[in-house]
Write a protein that binds this ligand. Structure first.
Ligand code: PHE
Length: 361
């Protein structure tokens, strides 16, 4: 009897042991708050020193014939533990993730950061708009044109003969030619004279501002800079009209009484050509005398623009009758006006987009 009852008792002992563990591990898993705690509970059951190992020790009392039954019970139990563990692990991981997703990343009740401030136009664009605004008040229309230009609009029709030294003066950025036409980045905004005069009949009073490009690079020259061009064409326009318009412009820009001086100069598309100076905005005194300063190199004058009476050859290229019409044109560097206005010593600062610089305007 004992030979059969002992094994019989052993299987029962195993089954009872498993039944006991069966409720305790479920409670332990269910109340494990974290993944780490759960893994600890798991090890208590299935680990090397776990409860199941203790139950399995009873296996050696089981008769060989009963072993499959006992083994199946153990395997079924192991599977229950594994699946309960997996289910609880999933629930914990998901709870952690939900908590993360629901946590508010920002405290929306905090006051905003006022020190960020508002953006504003670039100083050169501010000055450009100011200059264009003055000419608009004086009755000029505003035109826009391309930065990539045909050689004929930039040079040829402006009376630059091929190989004229003036074309060397403006070391150009040439681009690949298109359909046999030579193309470059415009070296000045004077291309707008050709474009507007070829497409519109006088009377004309136009200003245009934009980027121009030359192979220059030093403290006061950048390979890309800005110009504003203006011209006026009608019957009976004279150099006196040019002087009148530029004086009105300069007084609006730098204040009433700011003197304007013309010096003879040369540009192939004007005749006569002039260089225009204004009284130094830095050292001119109220009584009209000058203290002399570094900016004007002690001369009392600042050179601000080139101008002149439009050359008859330019009119001819644009199909305008130079016997009937005359006109003046002028071109001015915007960057230089901006640098003088704000006292900026190095033109590169203008184009580096450093917020520490730009926020000062
Ligand atoms: N285009 C000339 C320059 O870039 C300036 C200019 C414009 C001179 C119009 C006369 C008339 O130097």
């Amino acid at each position: 009897m004992s030979t059969t009852s002992a094994p019989e008792g052993a299987v029962q002992a195993i089954e009872e042991g498993l039944a006991r563990l069966g409720t305790s591990f479920r409670d332990a898993f269910a109340s494990a708050p974290t993944e780490q705690a759960l893994r600890l509970e798991y090890a208590k059951v299935l680990g090397k020193k776990g409860d199941l190992t203790a139950v399995l020790a009873l296996m050696r009392n089981v008769a060989p014939a009963e072993r499959p039954r006992a083994g199946a019970a153990v395997n079924a139990f192991r599977e229950q533990v594994e699946s309960a563990f997996a289910a609880r692990l999933h629930a914990i991981t998901r709870a952690v993730r939900d908590a993360e997703l629901n946590a508010r990343p920002y405290d929306l009740s905090l006051p905003g950061r006022t020190e960020l401030g508002r953006g504003h136009a670039h100083p050169i664009h501010q000055v450009r708009d100011e200059l264009l605004g003055i000419f608009r008040e004086l009755g000029f229309a505003i035109a826009e044109g391309p930065e990539v230009e045909l050689e004929e609009n930039n040079f040829t029709k402006l009376n630059f003969p091929p190989d004229h030294p003036a074309t060397d003066m403006q070391d150009s950025f040439w681009l690949a030619s298109a359909e046999g036409a030579r193309v470059l980045l415009r070296t000045h905004t004077s291309n707008m004279q050709v474009r507007e005069m070829s497409t519109h009949a006088p009377p004309l009073a136009v200003v245009s501002a934009g980027r121009v490009f030359r192979r220059d690079d030093d403290l006061t020259h950048s390979p890309m800079f800005h110009q504003i061009e203006g011209f006026l064409v009608d019957e009976g326009v004279s150099l006196a009209d040019l002087r009148g318009v530029l004086t009105a412009f300069v007084e609006r820009l730098y204040g009433p009484g700011t003197p304007v001086r013309f010096r003879p100069s040369f540009f192939p598309f004007v005749e006569p050509g002039v260089e225009v100076d204004v009284g130094c905005v830095f050292c001119r005194k109220a009584d009209g005398s000058y203290a002399g300063c570094r900016v004007c190199k002690q001369s009392g004058w600042l050179e601000v623009l080139g101008a002149g009476m439009i050359h008859p050859e330019v009119f001819r290229h644009c199909d305008i009758d130079s016997e009937k019409y005359t006109g003046f044109a002028f071109g001015m560097g915007i960057d230089r006006v901006a640098m003088l206005k704000y006292g900026v010593p190095n033109i590169r600062l203008m184009f580096e987009s450093d917020p520490r610089f730009l926020s000062q305007f």
